[in-house]
Design a binder for this molecule. Structure first.
Ligand code: ATP
Length: 205
């Protein structure tokens, strides 16, 4: 199959350089022509804390993408019923003619949690998963955690582990730094950093 769009879902509160490193690793494969960030309008997994508004998280993603034609941010999930379930997003993309399997980009911690998602069997039916390493998650854990969902060699058909050095960076850490009035520096893409340092810091999550 020729290189095509790959969708990268998440909360992105805020987008950080770890996310961009993952997108770059996906673009370095022969499968991906463009990475489209899909911020969740109402993330199902981040209950409890207040999030930056969807429009602001989308704006930060657009700043991070800059004028790179291989990166884009889409408001697609704002049009879907809350909460933002990936199975529904994939069905919408298929309905709009996206070729199957849809490429989905995620970190290893997210793959570990996949069995707990809404209709995970539908997700693996519709998507091929490109997975970035994340500090604290061993590759063997991934196969074990998804064994019931992806038995035998289906794991290797549905999951591609991206070749990249793990990036120790999280939005939680960045929100904590900003809340204490500290500069996250290189943890943030420069236009995102400039925007966030010019606006009041959010509460730490
Ligand atoms: P938070 O700290 O608020 O939980 P986060 O840094 O994990 O946020 P999300 O927006 O929740 O960022 O993540 C979106 C996607 O990016 C998820 O699939 C997550 O696994 C992945 N991801 C984020 N940071 C990294 C990282 N440093 N290494 C690998 N994957 C990451």
């Amino acid at each position: 199959m020729s290189p095509r769009d790959c969708y990268f879902g998440g909360t992105f509160d805020p987008v950080h350089t770890g996310h961009l490193a993952i997108a770059a690793a996906a673009l370095a494969t022969d499968e991906v022509a463009r990475v489209i960030f899909l911020p969740a309008a109402t993330p199902p997994h981040k209950g409890g804390r207040s999030l930056r508004p969807f429009a602001e998280r989308l704006h930060l993603l657009q700043l991070a993408c800059g004028d790179d034609p291989r990166l884009a941010a889409s408001p697609l999930e704002a049009d879907l019923p809350a909460p933002s379930f990936t199975a529904r997003t994939l069905e919408l993309l298929v309905g709009r003619g996206a070729p199957r399997p849809i490429l989905l980009l995620m970190g290893a911690d997210t793959l570990l949690d996949l069995p707990n998602w809404y209709r995970p069997e539908r997700v693996v039916e519709l998507a091929r998963l490109l997975v970035a390493p994340r500090p604290g998650v061993a590759p063997e854990q991934l196969r074990a955690a998804t064994r019931a969902l992806l038995p035998g060699d289906t794991f290797d058909r549905h999951v591609r582990l991206l070749q990249m050095a793990p990036v120790a960076c999280s939005a939680t850490e960045i929100r904590g730094l900003l809340a204490r009035g500290l500069d996250p520096g290189a943890l943030l893409p420069e236009p995102v950093r400039a925007y966030l340092l010019g606006t009041p810091p959010p509460e730490a999550g």
